[in-house]
Design a protein around this ligand. Structure first.
Ligand code: AMP
Ligand code: MG
Length: 290
């Protein structure tokens, strides 16, 4: 099922059904070792599946429903099958905020895996049309929830032994998290623990050049802030607003790519607040490990 969430469009399936989960990996062409996020309707359901300690519960209270994924020890290994967890003894869990995904989760009752509805390695779809173009032929049902309000994947934190660790920057910022649980442990690049942090995720077909002061001839340009309009120019936010830029990022990467430019140059984005997540995705689109 193509399922809209506030972050990006997901390809949803029953998390307890290994055959359904296998079909999702197949549809995305996704490496098997990459575990999926289980989406549930509420924190009570989440607490039955994962062991949420006081810090996890405080994060849940502060940010659910919303764009935060919590990785915690798995309690009920049947509810989110082994394949969905890539065999780990932890589970990634989120309560999304989009009314359509909430209605589906309420009706279904159990956890639903819903990785971004792109083929593996490509930018996440943030509009219904982009989702249908990526994996629509693989979905029996496609729900149109309009453009995704956030437009960037959820923040992923691990709440295990030791301090809370930021596994993937996202829509909930580091400062917002630290206001609830104090200083986060340094993010590391252990790709096995958070395989979504592999390089060359989120890549369009054209090569991406980041931190570009201006486009070269033949390049499309993703501008940020004051920049003259023109052919091949996509301004992520003329007013320099990071939330607007996050919401536009993937749709504009796709739009720029459609004209088959020699490359896509991207203006420097300030590395504060949501900018941390935007720059993480841009470094990956450009083929650098962040
Ligand atoms: P996606 O579903 O495409 O938004 O990606 C899911 C993200 O959650 C990826 O970065 C995964 O590596 C991460 N993730 C899922 N389950 C776990 C887990 N048990 N431990 C660590 N990271 C996880
Ligand atoms: Mg994805």
């Amino acid at each position: 099922m193509l399922l809209p969430t506030e972050t990006v469009y997901g390809l949803g399936a029953d998390a307890s059904n290994p055959a359904a989960v296998a079909a999702i990996f197949e549809a995305k062409g996704r490496p098997r070792f990459n575990p999926l996020i289980a989406h549930v309707h509420d924190a009570e359901t989440a607490a039955r599946i994962a062991a949420l300690d006081d810090r996890a519960l405080a994060l849940a209270a502060a940010f659910w429903p919303g764009p935060l994924t919590i990785v915690a020890p798995v309690r009920d290994t049947a509810a989110v099958c082994d394949l969905a967890r890539a065999g780990l003894d932890t589970v990634a869990i989120r309560v999304p905020g989009h009314p359509l995904s909430r209605a589906v989760l309420a009706a279904f009752g159990g956890p639903v895996v819903a990785p971004s509805a792109n083929r593996s390695g490509r930018p996440s779809p943030t509009t219904f049309d982009d989702a249908v173009a990526e994996t629509g032929d693989k979905a029996a049902v496609a729900l149109d929830g309009g453009p995704c309000a956030v437009g960037l994947e959820s923040t992923v934190v691990a709440v295990l032994d030791g301090p809370v660790r930021l596994l993937r920057p996202g829509a909930v910022t580091r400062a917002q998290l630290e206001a609830v649980v104090g200083p986060l442990a340094e993010a590391d690049n252990d790709a096995r623990r958070s395989p979504g942090r592999l390089a060359l995720h989120y890549a369009p077909d054209a090569p991406v050049r980041i931190e570009a002061a201006a486009p070269e001839p033949g390049e499309a340009f993703l501008a940020f802030g004051d920049w003259p309009a023109g052919e091949g120019v996509f301004n992520l936010s003329p007013s320099g607003d990071l939330a607007e830029a996050a919401a536009n990022l993937f749709a504009f990467l796709r739009a720029a790519d459609r004209a088959k430019p020699a490359g896509i140059a991207v203006a420097p984005i300030p590395d504060e607040g949501l900018g941390e997540a935007i720059n993480d995705r841009l470094r990956r689109a450009a083929g650098f490990i962040g």
